[in-house]
Design a protein around this ligand. Structure first.
Ligand SMILES: C[S@@+](CC[C@H](N)C(=O)[O-])C[C@H]1O[C@@H](n2cnc3c(N)ncnc32)[C@H](O)[C@@H]1O
Length: 230
């Protein structure tokens, strides 16, 4: 298939992730120069899942992003709309309740989760605002959201180097390690087109989230946004 266009047709995005599922985790580690593990630890600290809490990991893919919440003793539901990613996850982690669902029409009742989180997924969802409202709907009053997403480095010289990496170095590396290099050209382009930190915070507020704040990781290559449902 051709790479997903930036207007993110859902069937194209799902098919793109079906294609990369088998080598998804290893490719991530290589392309992020090992930073993925560090970012996942920061997400785990921000979510701060407690034993017995119900946690939704939306756009969970193969379930790698869900593992820290399981380790913390939370009842964790990985949800994704790529059946290829879900199958790969189920193969590796057969005991987990992998659930097929679209971020903009979640298959859960109102207020059932104590925490909802999404790592490297929101950028791919065809309607960001619908997804943020759906996440708000399924969160219990007092519950929290943590979004981990690529963002925009805050220091201008680093931003220039990083943009060069995205546009020049990443595609050839992706060709060497990925089963579907076009998906990683889409990755580079979609990161550049994504709202910056304050703009994403405004989207969260407009969707009803309160106490919205963010923290930059790796100089803003990634940002962790937080919010609370009151
Ligand atoms: C880059 S992967 C991230 C997977 C995982 N969260 C991680 O951190 O490794 C993005 C995932 O978002 C999923 N996704 C994109 N749009 C979606 C939507 N509308 N509903 C559910 N999942 C979606 C894709 O299928 C893909 O598995």
């Amino acid at each position: 298939m051709t790479r997903a266009s930036l207007d993110k047709q859902p069937h194209e995005v799902a098919a793109m992730f079906d294609d990369v599922a088998a080598r998804y985790d290893i490719t991530n580690d290589v392309l992020s120069l090992g930073q993925t593990r560090l970012w996942r630890r920061a997400v785990a600290r921000a979510v701060d899942a407690r034993p017995g809490e119900r946690v939704l990991d939306l756009a969970a893919g193969t379930g790698t992003s869900s593992q820290p919440f399981v380790a913390a003793g939370a009842y964790t539901v990985p949800c994704d709309f790529s059946l290829g990613m879900l199958k790969e996850g189920k193969k590796r982690l057969p005991w987990m309740p992998f659930t097929a669902g679209d971020a903009t029409r979640l298959p859960f009742r109102d207020g059932v989760f104590d925490a909802v989180t999404i790592s490297f997924g929101l950028r791919n969802v065809h309607d960001t605002d619908d997804a943020l409202r759906e996440l708000h709907r399924v969160t219990a009053p007092g519950g929290r959201i943590v979004i981990c997403e690529f963002s925009h480095p805050t220091w201008a010289p680093f931003r220039t180097v990083y943009t060069e990496y995205l546009m020049r170095a990443l595609p050839p590396v992706a060709r060497a390690v990925s089963s579907s290099p076009d998906a990683y050209v889409y990755l580079a382009e979609s990161i550049r087109a994504w709202p910056d930190q304050p703009a994403l915070a405004r989207h969260l507020q407009q969707a009803g989230w309160e106490k919205v704040a963010w923290r930059d990781l790796t100089g803003g290559v990634v940002a962790l946004h937080r919010g609370v449902r009151t």
